[in-house]
Ligand binder design. Structure first.
Ligand SMILES: [Zn+2]
Length: 269
């Protein structure tokens, strides 16, 4: 091909392209069609985002969907929140000196506030740093304290019992929330499952712990109502102790536990 022929060929291509552009500009897509395409793309994007969100948060967020059903479905339910230990009984103590009893009280208080804001009846077995006294008034201080917690739950109408504790082990690496359930009422296992699942979903995605039937847990063995004990984390683990002592983490923990309790109240009655 000569240089002239090449130039001519190039010009032809240029001209054709130019014409094509002009044709397109002269006939823009009708307004309605553009709107339909726009709406379709918008819906597609929304669906995609919803699908992603659903994969991330497979359950309703704590306190949203559950809230609507909880109070309506369980108008008479009373949640008995039991912050473990207190007074001369510190419970587990971390190497840095953090005592279980104080964390239990702080977290139970936050759960109580959230549940009450959702219209749920709440009783706290203790609201201060104290050991409880049983109505029967017999036995050692510790056994009276434990019996008093059982009595509080027995005295409440339509009660759901949730005891809040911190764990401890000689192994420093072990961490993560774990829920124990009473063997006496099948609903206890359901409540434990929801609590454990919420913690995994919203708090500790790496937590592979399974719920466990209580063996040798005094309060759970004596109650015939939905009753669980939440070991919120390990004070033998330095990192987890720091988290559990942090007000913001306590709130996240309380939200996760409250959301699960609301979901349970909504579904089980
Ligand atoms: Zn404890």
């Amino acid at each position: 091909m000569t240089a002239d022929a090449r130039r001519e060929e190039n010009e032809r291509i240029l001209k054709r392209t130019q014409e094509r552009i002009e044709r397109r500009e002269a006939r823009p897509l009708p307004f309605l069609l553009r709107m339909v395409i726009g709406a379709f793309l918008f819906l597609l994007l929304t669906a995609l985002l919803t699908a992603i969100a659903f994969r991330l948060f497979g359950k309703p967020l704590p306190g949203t969907q559950a809230r609507e059903t909880a109070v309506a479905a369980a108008p008479g339910a009373t949640v008995v929140l039991d912050p473990g230990h207190g007074g001369p009984d510190p419970g587990a103590v971390s190497r840095s000196g953090v005592q279980e009893k104080g964390l239990n009280l702080a977290i139970a208080g936050k759960i109580a506030a959230i549940l009450r804001a959702e219209g749920v009846n709440v009783i706290l077995t203790r609201e201060t740093d104290e050991m409880l006294k049983s109505a029967e008034g017999r036995g050692s201080a510790k056994s009276q304290d434990l019996l008093a917690r059982v009595e509080a739950a027995r005295g409440a109408e339509n009660a759901v019992f949730v005891s809040i504790h911190m764990n401890s082990l000689p192994l420093r690496e072990v961490r993560g929330l774990q829920v124990f359930y009473s063997p006496n009422d099948p609903r206890s296992r359901v409540l434990a499952g929801v609590l454990q699942e919420y913690a995994r979903t919203f708090l500790q995605p790496e937590n592979a712990r399974e719920i466990k039937k209580a063996g040798g847990i005094y309060v759970l063995e004596r109650l015939g109502i939905p009753a669980v004990l939440v070991e919120c984390g390990f004070l033998s683990n330095e990192e987890e102790t720091e988290l559990l002592s942090d007000g913001k983490y306590q709130l996240r923990l309380a939200l996760s536990l409250s959301g699960a309790i609301l979901q349970f109240l909504g579904e089980s009655r």
